[in-house]
Design a binder for this molecule. Structure first.
Ligand code: PMP
Length: 363
């Protein structure tokens, strides 16, 4: 099996699986319990927080069910708490639905939304800052796009925004960027299952001095910001995965070069991911073979990739269009996303699979 769909989800690493099982067996107490078992669980959570903060900066960590919840908490909180700053929200046209759909809801509630597309703004970070006015309460931008790997320098974005208006809140969806690119933000969302932990756990980093409001009300866990008994096992798994993460830019860059060189020997290939993209995600289109056809043709060889344009129930997201990629190319786009364990042999097998798919299906 050759798994090249790590942007969709990653295989949980052994360290995460061991930590989850070990916590289930040894530290299964409720972190709110006053006895030793509760305290043991509390310690597991505190340690995971320290590990995450060592990667994200000074502040606090809210454990969530995943980045969808982190993004909802961040955006809805900012709109609720910082409304006094103003009515404008500046974002991009390439956000994941867990950001885009929350922002559309806020638009219905009367917020003014500015959405910028990379095709119109070669320097997206600068354009986002330029689109702010003194009444901008929030800037939300993903660090790495899940469909193409396109990267925005969010450290620079943070500096530009704060220079223009220190009161504007910066939210970063860092699901595809965490542990891969430098990050900064007032609120930063991450997801466990994209970094070899498991599904059902994520986090929201909250910079020192920034406030958030709860989505869930109940027993008051996590400083009353997210009620519900903390999933200590999943939190332990998340910490273990962060500690064990060993993907490197060098490894991904070498694999990307190998893939591009292999693809360059085939006809009718258009690479949609440019040099401004992380090397672990490569989106390309195969002229004359629709995405799904190629995906299933590769599947027959036990090679797993994604169709390059995230669609739900056959409706494309429009994200590739915001990069200036025409519909015809979007229809035949394939997304390959690698992990630390991806090998040269995996890439060679993929290129052979694409060649065979072209010979069989090109119209
Ligand atoms: N943001 C981005 C950029 C993503 O790629 C994803 C997952 N596809 C999410 C948010 C949602 O993450 P989760 O699955 O943890 O809810």
């Amino acid at each position: 099996m050759i798994y090249l769909d790590s942007a969709a989800t990653t295989k949980p690493c052994k360290q995460a699986a061991d930590a989850i099982l070990n916590t289930m067996e040894e530290s299964f107490g409720n972190a709110s319990s006053l006895h030793k078992m509760g305290i043991r669980s509390e310690k597991v959570i505190a340690s995971a927080k320290r590990t995450l903060l060592s990667k994200l900066g000074e502040g606090d960590i809210l454990f969530t069910s995943g980045a969808t919840e982190s993004n909802n908490t961040a955006l809805r909180s900012a709109a609720e708490i910082y409304r006094r700053t103003g009515n404008r929200i500046v974002t991009t046209a390439i956000e994941h639905p867990s950001v885009a759909n929350v922002i559309s809801k806020l638009e219905e509630q009367g917020f003014e939304i500015i959405r910028l597309a990379p095709k119109d703004h070669p320097d997206l970070a600068q354009a986002l800052a330029d689109a702010m006015d003194e009444k901008t309460l929030l800037v939300s931008c993903m660090a790495v796009n899940n469909e193409t790997g396109f990267t925005t320098d969010v450290k620079r974005l943070y500096r530009l925004v704060k220079k223009k208006n220190p009161k504007t809140i910066v939210h970063i969806d860092a699901v595809q960027g965490f542990l891969k690119v430098p990050l900064d933000g007032d609120l930063v969302s991450i997801s466990g299952h994209k970094i070899h932990a498991c599904k059902g756990i994520g986090a929201l980093y909250i910079k020192k001095g920034i406030r958030v409001a709860p989505l869930l009300f109940g027993g008051g866990q996590q400083k009353n910001l997210r009620s519900g008994t903390e999933p200590v096992e999943l939190i332990a798994g998340l910490e273990a995965a962060v500690k064990a993460y060993h993907g490197t830019t060098e490894h991904f860059t070498a694999l990307r070069s190998r893939l591009l060189s292999g693809l360059s020997e085939l006809s009718g290939i258009t690479v949609n991911s440019g040099d401004d993209c992380v090397p672990n995600i490569v989106n390309f289109s195969v002229d004359g073979v629709r995405s799904e056809i190629m995906l299933h043709s590769l599947e027959e060889r036990e090679i797993y990739v994604s169709s390059g344009s995230a669609c739900s129930r056959g409706k494309t997201s429009g994200v590739l269009a915001a990069f200036g990629i025409p519909d015809k190319l979007a229809d035949s786009a394939i997304r390959v996303s690698m992990c630390a364990d991806t090998t040269n042999e995996d890439i060679d097998a993929l290129v052979s699979g694409i060649r065979a798919g072209i010979e069989r299906f090109r119209r």
